[in-house]
Ligand binder design. Sequence first.
Ligand SMILES: [Zn+2]
Length: 325
Amino acid sequence: MKEDLVVCGLHARPGEKIHAYVDACGTDEKIPVTLIHGRYAGKRLVITAGVHGAEYPGIIAASKLAREIDPEQLTGEIVIFHVMNIGGFYGRVAALVPEDGKNLNRVFPGTANGTVTERIADFLTNILSNEVDFYLDLHSGDLHEDLLPHAFYSVFTSPEAREKSMEIAKKLDISCMVHSHSDNGSLFGASLHDVPGLLIERGGNGIWADYDAEAYKRDLYRILYHLAMYYTDYAQKPLPNVPDYHTSIPLYAEADGMWMPRIGPGNFVKEGDLIGYITDAFGNVRQAVAAKEEGLLLCVLSSLSVKKGGFLSYSAVRQEAGHQH
Ligand SMILES: [Zn+2]
């Protein structure tokens, strides 16, 4: 007899799907969760969306997947946390958890008696400690971010787990995969328990875009297929090669002003190539923003306003971090 899938005190029998709300941080904000317990024994996949509450295509894709998966056809177990940052979602807040003003993807592994954001991170780190075979964190460009679909995997897991992450990333409909050197994001929380996984980025700008959500969902089905969990006929068809980049290099504003991008995500840049200008209200240039490395431009600020120190862009580059020429 297969045992129940038990998560956060919820029990799902084999062949059962459960939708519920769970308490992650001791506030009134409850996280919607779906447990899908497959009829057949297999891998355990944990999916989170809405770590940043205004990144919609990942949230929509998670919701579609939760509705569509038939547990009678599923091998293994899927646990979906639909919106990790409920306060940010309802507040339409970019990047931050409004209760304490922190970025959930910068506080892992979190702490049980910390602020709201730190408690949510601790909650998720504990979930990931419980025999998880693969972890997916579904992001999109934020309200102010335009980006090309791509995926990150952590350098902090074992080589075996890293290889598993890369093997799955190779199967996706994305522009590239990039090593994540972050020691405080969700992937780092997973790496503490050596769980392979990906942080995926697709869509953005706060747009409810069904084509992004559908493309996202197709990638989720590809992942399920390659984890031997669920069959869909298109999932095994090969896609173009997914190049692997060693790191991502961000650029930040050196002045307050108006951001005037000259190129967007998807462009290859060489060192010194112009990405955009920051001007004052009268059109006078305060900063000409140029690429610091040769690489693929993945994400560019799409907001007109920018403050000194604010995010402008990031590129995927081949050099390891700290080995810049
Ligand atoms: Zn995000």
